[in-house]
Every structure is written in C-alpha cells, then in structure tokens.
Design a protein. Structure first.
Length: 574
C-alpha cells in the first residue's frame, strides 16, 4: 500500500461513504460537486477560526485554501468548516472578556461535534487568536485523529514616529493619557499606526506563546508558527501541511502519540524560555487533560523554574515574533534548548520524525541577538514562575521576565471585580506601594476568568510599574508586565482565601521562593471563612451560566468535562 492508497474500512468516513446503505449520504456529496473518486478518498476536516472580528483571524480563510490544495494533491478530500473566535484585544476591558476563556471550550466542542457528525478521518486546524490556539489543539487531542495545527501568523509591527510599536503600547498609552502624559492627538495618531496588517498581536503575548507551543509540542510543522500572517510563505506551509496530513493518516500517527508528558514539558519549557504568557499555565493543563495526562499548574511551574529565559521578546524585551522568525524561527530557540538539555529530543512530531531529528539541520545564527544561547541566558530561570502559600493553596502564577525586583510587600486594596479597580486606577484612587486585589474574576466567579490588561497597562502607563503589585483570581494578558499575579486559587467564588482578604492586610509576594502569603493566622482566616457568603455572579441562564456550572479550577486548566482519563472510547477508534 503506497501513500496514495487508503483502506477506508478502517477510517471513520466509511460510515458516510461506503456501501449501498450510504447512497443517500453520497448524494449530498455529489450535490456539492464531488466526484466518485473524491467521495471514496479519506475526508480531511479543515477547520478555521476565520471571522471579521479582528486582524488575528482575517487571513485564515486564505490559508485554509492552500491547506486544502495540499490535501487534494495527496489524494485526500478536504472539507472546510469554521468555528467561532472571541478575540481578546476586542473583548478586553469590558464584559466581553467574560466570553474569552469560555470560547476555548466552545471551539474544542464545536470542532469535535463537526468531525464526529460528519465522520472525518483527519483534521487540519487553523487558529489565529489567543483561546482559539489551545481550543483547536484540545479538539485534536480529544478526537485523536491524525491532526496538524496551523497558526495564522502574527501581525507586523507598527511604526510611531520612527519607533516600532504594538497594541501593548496603545493599552499603556491609555494610562499615559489619563495622567496627561499623552495628548488626544498623539493617542489618535498612535491608534491608527499600531496595527498595520493582518495577524495576531506581534509580541510574545498569548497567541504567539501558544504558537511557539504548537511547534514545541509537536503538532505544527517546524518554522510554520513563526511566519507573520502577510508573508506568502504561510501558504507554502499550509500546502505542506495538507500533503503531510495524508502521510500521518497512512502511518496512523495521532495526536496522543505526539502529546505525551515529555512533549508537554517541552511546551512549558518554550513558554519559560520566551518569557511567554502566564496563560500557558492554563492551556497546557487543559491540553494534557484531553489526553488523560495529569499536568497541572504546579507541573508547568516546575518546568519553568528550571528553564532559562533566552528570547528577548516583548512585552519585557526588545523584539517581536517577526524578528524571531527572521533570526531563525522557533527551531532556533528549540535547537539551543535541546543542545543544552532543556528539551526532550525523543518526542514524536507531525513531521513523522522526533524533535531531535527535526533539529539536526538547524544551525545556530551568531548574527542575531533575539535568541540567546541557552548556556548564556538573559536569566537562569524561566520568565514565568509559580507561587503557592496561604493566599494561594491551589497556586498562582506571575511573569517575571524583565523584572528587576522579585519581592513585594504591601497593604491590600481590595476590589470585587475589574471595573471597580480600573476606575480607581483611572482616577488614581490608590496609594503607591499597595497590593491591588481583584477578586470574583475566576472561572466560576467571573464567570469566565477575565484578563486584566486594561488595568495593568493603565498602571504601567501612569509610571507605577514596579511600585505596585496586583493579584487576582482572574488572568492576565500576555502583554501584562509588572508584579502581577494571576490564577490565584481557590478562587473567591468558592470561598478561597482571596475572598477573605480585607483592606490593609499585608500581602507578601516572593517570586524567588515561589510564595504568596497574607500575614494572617490560620485561625483568623478560618474565622473570616465562617462569615463569608457566596456571591451571585449575575448570570442565571445562557452559556456563561452553563460554563460557571461546569468549569473546574484554574490549577487544572479550567476545564469543563472529565477528559481523556474518563473516556471509554475515542472517536478515532469508531
């Protein structure tokens, strides 16, 4: 049997194309213009998160056409479909952000249902914005059909009066504007030039963090996640992915052959090495969950603690994703990590080869300073650190890349929800040295675990970076910088210690020791817990009510179903 010959009796699509009883089903395919040969070839779902919500997603449909050509060239029949995306840049700073993390589950669920309902044999998934990347990878692991992930690519950097800028500069400009450091005209000019093309936010925010993960975990072709969205080479990567998926189908290489415990450790390592988004500590456990692997926030943090920070990327460094691609791409980063013992080289990838085999031909580029050698890092420990203590028994996470001080102590200033805190920051109703506490923003309490970029960026724009700390049971954007601690668990909505903190309580954060403490005795916390009552989150119906009812804790990835460990049969085996 060669690479262009497939036995459909072993593939899911036999249920809709083979035998006399499937004549009605085949009639629908003839109605769509398929030939007899195409009907009896393997069916490859080509799923995209295309929409007109934001530049992150606008190029995905074009790239899907290239992937479909690759499938057809290798004797497969592509079937394109779309799913949703909630784009964080648009949802940020208002009630819309409650929909962001839940959209990850809807993406995974909708891709699963589409593939199940139509009996597709393999999957190519294209995603462009924060939650759509892990959502698509979660679906691949859940279905366990041969799959390849394709990132839509990053945006090109903007230019403001000769200086490169990203959307991060705009969020921080809002803070500058609020204290009179930026005029209306300057803000208007900046917003028109910051985002000059299609593509996801250009720095190492959540989208590019999870794109880096897609190569390191083995679900994306080498180099494919680094090329910016406008580059024509993206179509070549998509065409190659379409051809390669048929080889994976032939060889029966499936996501759970690729996404192992060691592959997840590789993924956590590249998040740390690039100073990536703290959201990596939420999405990696969720991807692991689909495979039936325990890999929680503490497991992620352990890998990050031992991994050097080597990529000088924004928001803490100088460069954006385009720069790293042109310096040598994600393989350059992975090569130096592998050479110095920070990656598992034996892990399988969608090339059909291992990480080590993929890296054999990668040469170090001395002419660049985007990625430092792993033995000469920017710092010896990763850019993201896990914390634990009496204020966070289920853990918390902080990005320390680019920070000079790793300790902070100050009195709490508590807010029940982001809006109240943002208003206080906007009007400067706070004192330097405080620890701002934003609670009831966790997975259940939000519901939806909102990101706090609007608030943290405003603080930074006001010149308070390093002079304040902020903790929350919600999340932070990959663009957040400063002493900002997220994912504090248990969350306030279930009576976690963060719900019991009062204004003036002294909070101590120590990223060197990995601790987050409130200076209260166990007896005092227990006494306060007796007087605590659950809050109504305001949602009595609709998807956010459903999400709040089902979602688990952040430490395990904020997932909504029992996962691979509980399943009795996998779709791929029907």
């Amino acid at each position: 049997m060669d690479a262009r010959t497939f036995d459909k009796s072993r593939l899911p699509s036999r249920h809709v194309t083979e035998g006399p009883e499937r004549a009605p089903h085949r009639s629908y395919y003839y109605a769509m213009g398929l030939t007899r040969e195409q009907i009896h070839q393997p069916f490859v779902g080509v799923a995209t998160c295309w929409n007109e919500a934001a530049p992150c997603n606008i190029a995905l449909m074009r790239q899907a056409q290239a992937a479909k050509k690759g499938v057809a060239a290798a004797a497969g029949t592509p079937r394109e479909f779309c799913t949703i995306t909630v784009t964080d840049g648009i949802a940020m700073g208002h009630e819309g952000m409650k929909s962001s993390l839940p959209s990850r589950e809807v993406i995974a669920d909708s891709v699963e249902l589409t593939v199940r309902g139509h009996s597709y044999d393999a999957l190519i998934g294209l995603a462009g914005c924060d939650k759509s990347l892990p959502g698509m990878m979660m679906a691949m692991c859940r279905l366990n059909v041969p799959s390849i992930f394709i990132y839509g690519g990053s945006i090109l950097p903007g230019s403001f009066r000769g200086n490169p800028v990203t959307v991060q500069d705009l969020f921080e400009a809002v803070g500058q504007h609020s204290v009179g450091k930026m005029s209306d005209d300057d803000l208007d000019e900046l917003e028109q030039v910051a985002c000059p093309s299609a593509g996801a936010c250009g720095a190492q925010f959540t989208a590019n963090t999870m794109a880096t993960v897609s190569e390191a975990i083995g679900l994306a072709l080498p180099y494919s996640a680094g090329a910016p969205a406008p580059y024509e080479i993206r179509d070549r990567f998509c065409m190659a992915a379409g051809e390669k998926i048929m080889e994976l189908l032939q060889r029966r290489i499936r996501p759970r052959d690729i996404v192992t415990r060691k592959a997840l450790e590789n993924a956590a390592a590249v998040v740390a090495a690039t100073g990536g988004s703290t959201n990596g500590a939420l999405h990696l456990p969720a991807i692991a969950h689909e495979c039936g692997i325990k890999f929680d926030l503490f497991d992620v943090a352990e890998v990050m603690q031992r991994t050097p920070y080597i990529a000088d990327l924004k928001p803490s460094g100088k460069y954006v994703a385009k720069d790293m691609f042109e310096a040598g791409g994600i393989p350059l980063l992975m090569k130096t990590l592998l050479d110095h013992g920070f990656l598992h080289g034996e892990c399988m990838t969608v090339t059909g080869r291992t990480i080590a085999e993929n890296m054999k031909s990668v040469k170090w580029n001395d002419a660049q300073d985007v990625v430092h050698p792993a033995n000469k890092p920017l710092s010896k420990t990763g850019g993201v650190i896990g914390l634990k203590g009496n204020l966070a028994p289920e853990g918390a996470i902080v990005k320390v890349a680019g920070m000079s001080g790793l300790k902070f102590s100050g009195p709490a200033h508590c807010f029940d929800g982001e809006e109240a805190c943002f208003q206080a920051v906007k009007t400067r109703q706070y004192k330097e040295g405080e620890v701002l506490v934003i609670r009831y923003e966790g997975p259940k309490g939000g519901p939806g675990m909102r990101e706090m970029l609007a608030t943290t960026a405003a603080l930074y724009g006001q010149g308070m970076g390093g002079k304040m700390a902020l903790i929350t049971d919600g999340r932070f954007s990959g663009a957040t910088r400063g002493f900002c601690v997220g994912h504090v668990g248990p969350e306030a909505a279930v009576g976690g210690p963060i719900a019991l903190v009062k204004d003036g309580d002294i909070i101590e954060l120590d990223a060197e020791k990995g601790t987050l403490e409130v200076k209260l005795s166990a007896e005092e916390l227990a006494s306060r817990k007796k007087g605590w009552k659950p809050r109504d989150n305001g949602f009595a119906s609709g998807y956010l009510w459903k999400y709040a009812e089902q979602v688990g804790p952040a430490v395990e990835g904020a997932v909504t179903h029992p996962g691979g460990k509980a399943e009795k049969k996998t779709y791929a085996d029907i």
